[in-house]
Design a protein around this ligand. Structure first.
Ligand code: NAD
Length: 280
């Protein structure tokens, strides 16, 4: 019997937006380890090149491409350069995104706001707007630009990155939660739209992950969890943060034609049980 999980993406080409980021970088390395040629797409080609170079040093195939996922022109130029170098695109991972600093409100509820503190009424709506743009427009636009090259390709598939906030909004993060809900909704829309054109579209919904960037939000200088962090860990039955590498199995399962050829429109949680837990 041939097991479905000997994943071989040799001969396939993958584009990972936000490939210069923490999770995107892990995704690039995992796809390359399965034989795919990876275009590491980020705003800064220098940052993307660090990731691409580390893959090449490990014997994989990767190159850096600079593009802003919010700019049609820069994505069109990136597409041109990727097609020249890789000959085509089979897999698109829309990983660029995240919360925009300053867009969150400081309290879970209005009733807890202290005088002078930012509330939703005084929140910087431009930052919330940027958060919505980055996460949903920054998923739709690359899907439009790169998706066109996917139709008719072998194992064509798109993987978007949602969040726990997609299903149930996360406190404080109105813009981020709404944007990720839109990412999940768009994933299902696109799955239906592309279904008979041979392109699968799925999403991964990560729970709470520990990365160097959010270490200070999650832990006090003495190593104890912050108040919000304690709440997160109590709401995660496995009582730990995810490690970005915990997402690799979901990525490769969705990316591989062997494991998930009949899977489309799925929002796959990787969350240590967060979504399943009622809190009681
Ligand atoms: N870290 C978590 O706990 C967590 C949880 C749920 C979902 N996510 C999602 O996973 C994805 C990756 O998150 P991460 O933690 O690796 O963050 P990260 O900040 O390390 O990576 C995001 C990457 O996107 C890039 N980017 C931002 N704006 C861009 C633009 N306009 N054009 C091109 N690239 C742009 C950044 O340069 C960065 O390389 C995001 O979509 C995030 O919302 C993360």
């Amino acid at each position: 019997m041939e097991l479905p999980f000997q994943i071989d993406l040799t001969g396939q080409s993958a584009v990972v937006t936000g490939g210069s980021g923490v999770i995107g970088g892990v995704f690039c390395r995992a796809l390359a380890a399965c034989g795919a040629q990876v275009a590491v797409l980020g705003r800064s080609s220098a940052k993307s090149e660090v990731c691409a170079e580390s893959i090449r040093k490990e014997g994989g195939k990767a190159f850096a491409v600079a593009a802003d996922v919010l700019s049609r022109d820069s994505l069109l130029a990136a597409r041109e350069s990727i097609l020249q170098r890789a000959g085509g695109i089979n897999i698109l991972v829309n990983c660029a995104g995240g919360a925009v600093p300053g867009a969150a409100v400081p309290q879970d509820q209005l009733a807890d706001a202290v005088p002078g503190e930012t509330t939703f009424f005084t929140a910087d709506i431009e930052k919330i707007h940027r958060e919505l743009d980055l996460n949903i427009y920054g998923t739709m636009l690359p899907t439009q630009i790169f998706g066109e090259c996917l139709t008719g390709r072998k194992n064509a598939n798109i993987i978007n990155i949602a969040s726990m906030g997609a299903d149930r909004p996360l406190t404080r993060l109105a813009g981020y939660s709404a944007a990720k809900a839109a990412v999940a909704n768009f994933t299902q829309w696109a799955a239906v739209y592309f279904a008979r054109s041979g392109v699968r579209v799925n999403a991964i919904a990560p729970g709470f992950f520990h990365t160097t960037q959010n270490h200070s939000l999650q832990y006090n200088p003495d190593g104890t969890p912050t108040v919000r962090s304690g709440k997160i860990l109590r709401s995660t039955p496995m009582e730990r943060y995810g490690d970005p590498e915990d997402l690799i199995g979901a990525l490769l399962y969705l990316a591989s034609p062997k494991g998930s050829a009949f899977v489309t429109g799925v929002i796959l949680p990787v969350d240590g049980g967060f979504e399943a837990y009622s809190g009681v």
